[in-house]
Ligand binder design. Structure first.
Ligand code: SF4
Ligand code: SF4
Length: 467
C-alpha cells in the first residue's frame, strides 16, 4: 500500500485582527463575581485569555472572531449580564458568493489547518443556488469502519491528469507507449490569480505552496518569471499569447494550457512534436455549446479539457447563466453517451469556494478543480475591493511574508483534505476517482421537489405568477 498522503499543518495566526460575526457584550458592573462563572464553561474556551487581555498582556481577544454563537454563556449567566450581538462589520466582508460565513470559515482553516465546526448547528435556509441545492449521501456514516479514516483505512484522494487509452495500442507488433499521465495527491490545482492579487509575494507563494504539496499551479505564460524552472516548481503555463506558444522556456513543463481556437488540432500537434510527454490541456470558456465542443475535442484526441467558469462558478451567457453544477453534469453525460468519458480529464476552474464545492464538482462530473480566490482569503483578504479603488489595504496584502503566506495556504489545503476524507468516509467511498459523476450518491433539490415535496405540498408559486 502506498504511503498515506499527509499535509503537515502548523498554527499560523493572522497578522491583523479578523472580522468576527458575533461578540458578547458584557455588562460588568452587575457582575456578581460567581466562583463558577459561566465563562469557564464555554465549550470552545474563548474566554480563557480574557483576563490576560484586560491586563494588556496579549494583543486582542479573539472570541468576537471565533465565538460560535451557541448562547450557552448568555443563557446560563445568573445575572443575565451577557448579550450576543452581531458585528456590523461582518456583513461588509466577502460578496454574494464568497459570503461572510465562507470568508470566516476559510480564515479559521488557514489559521489552524483544522476542519471548521459550527457549535450552533446550521441556521440557514434549506436550499440555495448552485452547490447549495445538492446534498451528498452520508448514509455510510452509521457504519464507521474499524479504526476510522485517520487510522489504518486508506482513502485515496489522488487523481490522474491526461488521456487514457481504452484499449492497448500496437505499432508494428510492438506495444505503443501510453499517453503521458500525471498523478497528483489531491483533486485540486492552484489556479491563475485574478489581477487584483498579482502583487507582493502572493504569486510566488502560491507556486511554492503548490509544489510543496505535490500539486501544480497555473500561471499565465507572460507572468512566469524568467529563470524559474516550470518543471521542478510544477508550474502549468497558460499559453495565451502567440509568443508564449513558441517560447522554449515552457517546453519542459509537465502540463501546459492553451485556449481553444479553430486550429487547436495543429497547435496541439506542434506542441507534441516539441515534447511528446507534455500534457496539453485545452481551455474552454464554459457556455451553452461546451458539451458539444468537449465531445468533438475528445474525439480528436484532447487529453485534458480545462473548463473555465467565472469567479462565482457561472458559465458565459447573455442572460441566465447556469452554475457549474449543471454545466459539468451536461458535459460529463455527453461524454458518457459518446463513450469517450474515460479518455479525457475534465478540470473545472472558477467558483470553488469551499472544500465541499471540490467534492460536489467531482460528483457532477469533473475529475479535479482549481482553487484561486480561497487562497487569497487564506492570506487574510476580505474581498473588500479597496485595492481596486486605489485605497490602502486593511491587511497590508503587499507586505505579506512569503513563508507565512505559504503556511496559510498549506493549512487551508490540509483542512480541505481532511474534509474530503470525512465526506468520502461518510459516503463509504475509498477512491476519489470513483466519485466522479456519482450523482446516484447525491440528492438534487429539483428532483426532491418534483418527486417528494411537489406531490405532498403542491407546486411552488413562481415569481410574478398571479395568486
Ligand atoms: S456564545 Fe457559546 S461559543 Fe460564544 S463565548 Fe458564549 S459559550 Fe462560548
Ligand atoms: S484591499 Fe481588500 S480586496 Fe484588496 S487585497 Fe486588501 S483585503 Fe483584499
Amino acid at each position: 500500500m502506498p504511503d498515506k498522503y499527509h499535509i503537515h499543518t502548523e498554527h499560523a495566526p493572522p497578522r491583523f485582527r479578523p472580522v468576527g460575526k458575533f461578540g458578547i457584550v458584557d455588562w460588568r458592573e452587575d457582575c456578581a463575581g460567581c466562583h463558577n462563572c459561566v465563562k469557564r464553561a464555554c465549550a470552545y474556551g474563548f474566554y480563557k485569555d480574557e483576563a490576560d487581555t484586560l491586563h494588556g498582556e496579549i494583543g486582542y481577544l479573539d472570541y468576537i472572531y471565533q465565538c460560535k454563537g451557541c448562547l450557552s454563556c448568555v443563557q446560563d449567566c445568573t445575572k443575565g449580564i451577557l448579550t450576543r450581538v452581531l458585528n456590523p462589520e461582518y456583513n461588509r466582508i466577502g460578496d454574494s458568493y464568497y459570503t461572510p460565513s465562507i470568508v470566516l470559515s476559510t480564515w479559521f482553516q488557514a489559521d489552524s489547518g483544522r476542519i471548521p465546526v459550527s457549535g450552533a448547528g446550521y441556521g440557514g435556509p434549506f436550499t440555495g443556488s448552485g452547490f447549495d441545492s445538492m446534498w451528498t449521501d452520508m448514509s455510510e456514516i452509521v457504519r464507521p469502519t474499524r479504526d476510522g479514516i485517520h487510522g489504518r483505512e486508506y482513502i485515496n484522494t489522488s487523481v490522474d491528469i491526461g488521456r487514457k487509452n481504452d484499449h492497448l495500442v500496437f505499432v508494428n507488433g510492438e506495444l505503443a507507449a501510453s499517453p503521458p499521465l500525471l498523478e497528483i495527491p489531491l483533486p485540486v490545482i492552484f489556479g491563475a490569480l485574478p489581477a487584483r492579487w498579482l502583487r507582493g509575494a502572493a504569486p510566488e507563494a502560491v507556486s511554492g505552496a503548490a509544489a510543496e504539496l505535490g500539486l501544480m499551479s497555473v500561471v499565465p505564460g507572460n507572468l512566469v518569471p524568467r529563470g524559474r524552472s516550470v518543471e521542478s516548481e510544477k508550474i502549468v503555463p497558460l499559453l495565451n499569447t502567440p509568443e508564449s506558444l513558441s517560447d522554449p522556456a515552457f517546453a519542459a513543463a509537465e502540463m501546459i494550457i492553451v485556449p481553444d481556437r479553430p486550429d487547436i488540432g495543429a497547435v496541439r500537434a506542434a506542441l507534441k512534436d516539441r515534447n511528446g510527454r507534455q500534457v496539453v490541456a485545452i481551455a474552454l470558456n464554459a457556455s451553452a455549446g461546451t458539451a458539444e465542443r468537449a465531445v468533438a475535442l475528445t474525439r480528436e484526441g484532447a487529453e485534458v479539457l480545462f473548463l473555465v467558469f467565472d469567479s462565482h462558478g457561472r458559465e458565459t451567457a447573455p442572460a441566465g447563466p447556469r452554475h457549474m453544477r449543471d454545466v459539468l453534469r451536461e458535459v460529463h453525460v455527453a461524454l458518457v453517451k459518446d463513450g469517450t468519458r474515460d479518455r479525457v480529464t475534465l478540470i473545472a476552474s472558477g467558483g470553488i469556494a469551499q472544500a465541499e464545492h471540490m467534492a460536489k464538482a467531482i460528483i457532477c462530473g469533473a475529475d479535479l478543480v482549481t482553487v484561486d480566490i480561497p487562497l487569497m482569503i487564506a492570506l487574510e483578504c476580505r474581498l473588500c475591493g479597496e485595492c481596486d479603488r486605489g485605497e490602502p489595504c486593511p491587511v497590508a496584502f503587499d507586505e505579506i511574508d512569503p513563508k507565512f503566506a505559504a503556511r496559510r495556504m498549506t493549512n487551508l489545503m490540509g483542512a480541505w483534505h481532511s474534509q474530503l476524507l470525512e465526506l468520502m468516509g461518510a459516503m463509504g467511498m475509498r477512491e476519489v476517482r470513483r466519485m466522479r459523476g456519482e450523482v446516484g450518491r447525491c440528492m438534487f433539490f429539483e428532483d426532491l421537489e418534483r418527486e417528494i415535496f411537489g406531490p405532498l405540498f403542491g407546486t411552488r408559486k413562481k415569481e410574478g405568477a398571479r395568486a
